[in-house]
Design a protein around this ligand. Structure first.
Ligand SMILES: Cc1cc2nc3c(=O)[nH]c(=O)nc-3n(C[C@H](O)[C@H](O)[C@H](O)COP(=O)(O)O)c2cc1C
Length: 383
């Protein structure tokens, strides 16, 4: 039995293996509403055989979008727009579905990456005034954000709560709170972006306060049987910024709150970061967080099945999350299963794709009750 393909679970959520589809912004929504792109995109990834799929960074209020085309979850229209894709995923796949709830803070109001990704000034079409911990722009010369006052902090916290309630209503299994990549909650954590002199700035305890308040607030409304994880940037990769030591303190505060996983990424806070990305470059950060007794996701240039297997088998992380690798090859988990001698959940329509010479590859990916009787004998005894 491979470690990567060992069944597992988070709270009541059963997962077929330790492969996670990392959240990936698609910039393909209209007014925050999912489109047929999401049906295609989430649909094909749901057939990948991964254990858990995390839906892209989803803005909890319109001002929290990175671009005008970001996915949102802030009103009935955005909630309803996600229903068709989720229903199709549920009908045809047993994959666990999480959603990443996010607020872009000072990195909001940009054009989409393929149009350059530049900030759009508030007075320009498609732009708006951004918010942050302090009034420091991401890049010199950009329109500075407005520092959130008490009313603003409450508004943003309540927007996360309302989105968590909507996610639950949609039947989503889990939430990942986005506190990484230089977005709003990371802007509170890092001393480079947070220069407040109230109880939300200054000491590490103060800088962690707002992200932890948001975590507590969504935990209070999201059903206790459903997991909530947090994505962090373990370091800003800038001298004097957020670093692994502070991340470990933050992780312990999350552990005290029964966080279900920490998804350990890095960077994104400052344009002055210097990162040398090599395969698995963020794994040591996940390992350090795991050593504090937390469940961790390792992410970042994990592209080879044996590498993923070794990360789990050696106890460096509990899950591996893939982004570019699984976009490039949505059948990555199938191929990993062949390489590592495991079985994979797959739709019966595709079972004939089992490569020549491979003994057994597929298990049913839909709940048994959805399978027609004549399909059932092929299922095996796993479920
Ligand atoms: C197209 C694309 C969109 C992304 N969008 C998000 C996102 O919505 N939220 C997030 O936390 N990270 C996002 N990321 C980062 C990935 O989740 C992942 O952490 C990063 O790409 C490193 O993993 P990889 O080497 O497997 O691609 C995105 C990456 C890509 C390639």
């Amino acid at each position: 039995m491979t470690a990567l393909f060992k069944r597992t679970g988070l709270r009541n959520l059963a997962l077929a293996n330790r492969i996670v589809i990392s959240p990936m912004c698609q910039y393909s929504a209209h007014n925050g509403e999912a489109t047929d792109w999401h049906m295609i995109h989430l649909g094909h990834l749901a057939l990948s055989g991964a254990g858990l799929m995390i839906i892209e960074a989803t803005a909890v209020e319109p001002d929290g979008r990175i671009t005008p085309s970001d996915l949102g979850l802030w009103d009935d229209a955005t909630e309803n727009a996600l229903k068709p894709a989720l229903a199709a995923v549920r009908r045809h796949s047993g994959i666990g579905v999480a959603i990443q709830l996010a607020h872009a803070g000072r990195k909001a109001s940009c054009d989409v990456p393929w149009a350059g990704g530049h900030q759009i000034a508030p007075e320009e079409a498609g732009g708006w005034q951004t918010w942050s911990a302090s009034n420091l722009p991401y890049k010199d010369g950009e329109n500075p954000p407005v520092a959130l006052d008490r009313t603003g902090l409450n508004r943003v916290r309540d927007a996360f709560v309302a989105a968590a309630e909507r996610a639950d209503r949609l039947g989503i299994d889990a939430i990942e709170l986005h506190a990484a990549h230089g977005y709003l909650l990371h802007q509170f954590l890092s001393p480079l972006s947070n220069t407040r002199d109230d109880k939300y700035g200054g000491s590490l305890e103060n800088r962690m306060r707002f992200p932890l308040e948001v975590f507590d607030a969504i935990r209070a409304v999201f059903p206790v049987e459903k997991p909530i994880g947090v994505r962090v940037s373990a370091t800003d990769w800038v001298e004097g910024g957020w670093d692994i030591e502070q991340t470990l303190v933050f992780a312990e505060a999350l552990k005290a709150r029964d966080v279900d996983w920490v998804d350990v990424s890095s960077g994104g806070l400052s344009p002055h970061q210097t990162i040398s990305s090599v395969p698995g470059y963020q794994v040591p950060f996940a390992e350090a967080v795991k050593a504090k007794g937390l469940t961790t996701f390792a992410v970042g240039l994990i592209t080879k099945p044996q590498h993923a297997e070794d990360i789990i088998a050696s106890g460096k992380a509990d899950f591996v999350a893939l982004a570019r690798g699984i976009l490039y090859d949505p059948r990555w988990p199938w191929k990993a299963a062949v390489e590592l001698g495991a079985e994979i959940d797959g739709p019966p329509q595709y079972w004939r794709a089992k490569p020549y010479g491979v003994d057994k590859l597929f298990r049913a990916s839909r709940p048994m009750e959805l399978l027609k009787e004549e399909e059932q004998p092929l299922v095996g005894e796993e479920r």
